[in-house]
Design a protein around this ligand. Structure first.
Ligand code: AMP
Ligand code: MG
Length: 352
């Protein structure tokens, strides 16, 4: 692939839509460029959802498998008219409550969207809750297809510099708007069957969805490794640091003991060991590894979600080759955190 010059624009969060930089970025997107920008979840890599040549560049830059459909981002509800054939009652309720925000809904698709965005009968759509993302989509005057702006398989980007590390020379530009908010991707929900199903846990929790539309299930494939997940993307390796990573599950004291035991074993084997932990437990791992990183507190999970990808990337930067991490209850945002940790560990889970 040819190297291209990747521009960087610094944009304030309170930017208004008339700002010349926003107008220029909107123009460039409409004309087929691929540009990364911040959203309230992670940085997205955007392209004109109606332009197959532009969308193809997203797949090439990321090295993303072509059967993994993209989420289409809109800035106004009217945009749904040209994208979907029908909006059912539950989707309407969810949009009212959670848009703009980190909830992606599958809809029956209309023809105009590029086949590369989705070749399925459905299209995944969301309205991001980030002033820069919304201003850019409005300025572009087209729906924007945007997956996370990382190399496929790597931890998602929550800072512009993460996008630069992964995609410099491969994309037309990066809009640097500082750190993202939630830190994990949107929740993906499918309402086309008898019961609503969460295909990917994310920023909006299962409990929040249930409070609005009643019963909601989690795709069983997310809980049992053998099943085939309904979101094509969920079957791929994801969020993985360069190191081998193990997730230790069980009663807190036992988990700490086991992490210390394995860390020592790996240190003795000459490995460069990292421990991904919390402020409550950090002191118990002193001397146990080359890098002990506390990315938040167990009693407040939202900041953990914000920091998870940055933490995984720090282990890569320090060339750690074996990572041990503790686990969390799978409720609230804990469900999304655990999903990312399990994927990052490539299914390496040890129950103690
Ligand atoms: P990403 O864009 O990398 O944040 O991932 C988007 C997620 O949504 C992936 O897991 C996709 O497989 C999933 N997805 C997107 N469109 C659809 C669709 N039409 N049906 C099912 N899953 C989808
Ligand atoms: Mg992604």
């Amino acid at each position: 692939m040819l190297t291209i010059k990747t521009k960087i624009w610094h944009v304030d969060k309170d930017v208004d839509g008339q700002n010349p930089i926003i107008v220029e970025i909107g123009d460039r997107l409409r004309r087929g460029e691929v540009i990364a920008f911040p959203t309230e979840t992670v940085y997205g890599l955007g392209a004109n959802a109606f332009d197959s040549d532009a969308v193809r560049k997203i797949f090439e830059a990321k090295g993303r498998p072509s059967d993994n459909p993209l989420i289409v981002h809109i800035a106004a509800l009217e945009q749904l008219d040209e994208l979907v054939t029908h909006v059912d009652e539950k989707s309407r309720l969810l949009m009212e409550r959670f848009w703009p925000g980190p909830l992606t809904i599958l809809f029956p698709r209309k023809g105009k969207i590029s086949e590369l965005v989705t070749s399925l009968p459905t299209v995944a759509i969301r309205m991001p809750d980030h002033p820069i993302a919304l201003a850019i989509i409005k300025a572009a005057q087209i729906p924007i297809a945007a997956p996370s702006a990382n190399r496929s398989g790597k931890p998602s980007p929550t800072k512009a510099e993460h996008v630069w590390q992964d995609l410099k020379g491969k994309i037309d530009g990066i809009v640097d708007g500082g750190s993202t908010g939630y830190g994990v991707e949107s929740t993906v929900i499918d309402l086309s069957g008898d019961r609503p199903v969460v295909l990917r846990p994310g920023g909006i929790t299962l409990e929040q969805l249930q409070a609005v539309i009643g019963e909601v299930e989690i795709d069983p494939a997310l809980l049992q490794k053998e099943d085939r997940p309904k979101a094509p993307g969920m079957k791929y390796a994801h969020y993985a640091p360069d190191a081998e990573m193990w997730l230790i599950q069980g009663e807190e004291e036992k988990v700490i003991q086991e992490i210390n035991r394995i860390a020592k074993e790996k240190l003795d084997e000459g490995k460069k060991v990292g421990i991904l932990t919390t402020k409550e437990h950090k002191d118990q791992f002193q001397q146990a590894a080359h890098k002990v990183l506390a990315y938040g507190r167990r009693d407040d999970l939202a900041p953990l979600a914000q920091n998870i990808y940055d933490a995984l990337r720090q282990f890569d930067q320090e060339k750690i080759d074996f990572i041990l991490t503790e686990s969390f209850p799978e409720t609230g945002i804990g469900l999304a955190i655990m999903n990312r940790l399990k994927k990052a560990a490539g299914g390496n889970i040890l129950k103690v």
